[in-house]
Design a protein around this ligand. Structure first.
Ligand code: SF4
Length: 511
């Protein structure tokens, strides 16, 4: 097994930095179908540029490199214990090299292990097969989309769709509802793995396993194939769009399986994955551990670049923000404005918000831009380099944000997916805005960082620390303003109305 470590490191690196062809193809379709110059199209262009940048620099596509989940098939008699050890060491090494973010947090103490190792991390599933080689598949699925997974126990009552019964129609309603409830928070356009039936645990597990299927395959079960096709058509009529900005492309894939269930239970489980659909695999020689073949990749097909032009085309109508921001400047902004930030900003996410509520801030936040971001940061000598820096899901800060804004005089919070009523009221009251950065565009945003000027609260771990970042032309959209307007609330309302229409239409599918 002299090549095993090298092979596993290559698999982890490629999975984190280079999207597979089927996902690129699906994102290419989404780009082609979106209305040019719309907010969703703008976001898709940034995403396309980000995908290319990640591949060019062999850097993480998204800063949230997720829970490393390995699915392995070994020949009978193969030593699985040795392979587990090698996987753990390869994961730690990939973390050290900045290909994975330290993502393993002790659930009791809140301490980050720093190397992605710990009880339950990484996840490794083994099974045996009657072949001579070892197959290793890897999924990196981040927290934003993982939090959008949902399990329905039917019969149940769903927003905008009414009752979902224990039949095909009920299943269809659950899947459509799963897309709608995610809005842009799982970094749409996303893909679904669905399991009909099973028990609570196996249902979720099998839903996730559907994400191993290539996005362009056809379900061998004709009924499920029809259902997948219908969901793709119907979900893309909802109008959620990229990042929930409203638009035509909401879903890039839907893969469904069914498992037997107990007579008393009927679960429909949905695993939601984001556009940064990082999943690859290799076939290894069981003796040497060398890679014999890549899965999901056609060796004869070169990787196609996604972005039509390099970078993000500026219109000249962008508004320049240079923190510290005045109340007057911020109150002049409105939903739909595109801004470019120049100057010093600070990151802060879950732990930092909880800290700030109870303590003084380690930095002056008057007029500041607070970025919901947990970057991949590498220490080089006595300096830090940010390797990936896209936004995290802002709704997690909803319980704190209005109070934090009021307490410190923050003028802009920036993240992804939007925030709720309490924050909207806080923005109005204190004179602040919510800026939506493009979720997952970690390389695009890392390139906007010209210098790491410092870091506070590093004891909370790299993702949770407050990073002091000097940025240039960092682009975001105003999606919640100081006048009570929220693009997120509007899109949720219009897509809810559309969900009612689509849900009521009679599907051609019948079980
Ligand atoms: S693209 Fe969005 S949802 Fe996906 S891992 Fe990155 S931040 Fe999370």
């Amino acid at each position: 097994m002299q090549f095993i470590r090298e092979s596993l490191l290559k698999l982890i690196t490629e999975t984190s930095t280079n999207l597979p062809p089927d996902v690129r193809q699906a994102m290419g379709k989404a780009l082609a179908q979106e209305t040019p110059k719309s907010q969703s199209s703008l976001a898709l262009n940034v995403i396309a540029a980000n995908i290319d940048m990640a591949q060019d620099d062999e850097a993480p596509i998204c800063q949230d490199t997720g829970m490393p989940t390995f699915l392995i098939k070994t020949p009978v008699g193969f030593n699985q214990l040795t392979l587990s050890q090698e996987i753990r060491q390869a994961v730690a090494e990939a973390t050290r090299r900045g290909k994975l973010r330290p993502n393993s947090v002790d659930s009791l103490t809140g301490k980050n292990s720093g190397d992605n190792l710990g009880p339950g991390t990484p996840i490794i599933h083994f099974e045996q097969w009657e072949q001579d080689d070892v197959e290793v598949r890897l999924i990196l699925k981040g927290g934003g989309c993982e939090n959008m997974n949902i399990q329905y126990s039917v019969p149940c009552t769903l927003d905008h769709l009414g009752r979902a019964d224990r039949n095909w129609e009920g299943v269809r309603k659950c899947i459509l509802h799963a897309v709608w409830q995610a809005q842009g928070q799982g970094c749409s356009p996303g893909a679904l793995g669905v399991c009909i039936g099973g028990d609570r645990t196996s249902s979720y597990e099998n839903a996730k396993l559907q994400l191993l299927r290539p996005l362009d395959d056809t379900n061998p079960d004709p009924q499920l194939a029809r259902l997948e096709k219908e969901i793709m058509q119907e979900a893309n009529q909802l109008g959620i769009g990229t990042m929930g900005f409203g638009g035509k492309a909401s879903l890039i894939g839907c893969k469904v399986t069914a498992r037997n269930r107990l007579p008393a239970s009927f679960f429909v489980s949905v695993a939601y994955d984001c556009w940064a659909f990082r999943r690859l695999g290799v076939l290894l020689d069981a003796g040497s551990g060398a890679i014999k073949q890549w899965l999901y990749r056609d060796p004869d097909r070169p990787v196609e670049r996604l972005a039509k032009e390099s970078g993000f085309p500026l219109s000249g109508r962008e508004i320049i923000l240079e923190p510290p921001l005045s109340e007057e400047k911020v109150r002049s902004l409105k939903v739909g404005d595109v801004v470019l930030i120049n100057g010093l900003i600070y990151t802060g996410r879950d732990e930092a918000h909880a800290y700030l509520l109870k303590n003084p801030s380690p930095v002056d936040l008057q007029g500041a831009v607070l970025y919901h971001c947990g970057p991949v940061a590498l220490k080089q000598g006595d300096r830090w380099k940010i390797n990936a820096a896209g936004p995290t899901t802002s709704s997690r800060e909803e319980p704190y944000e209005a109070d934090v804004i009021g307490k410190f005089g923050i003028r802009a919070v920036m993240g992804k997916g939007g925030m709720g009523k309490k924050t909207l009221e806080g923005l109005q009251k204190h004179g602040a805005v919510y800026l939506n950065a493009i979720g997952g565009a970690a390389q695009y945003y890392a390139r906007a960082i010209t210098q790491v000027e410092g870091v506070s609260l590093l004891e909370l771990g790299v993702p949770e620390a407050m990073w002091h970042l000097r940025v240039k032309d960092l682009m975001a959209l105003v999606t919640m303003d100081a006048h009570g307007n929220s693009l997120h609330a509007n899109v949720e309302e219009t897509t809810g109305a559309m969900l009612e229409t689509v849900g009521a239409s009679s599907p051609s599918h019948s079980g």
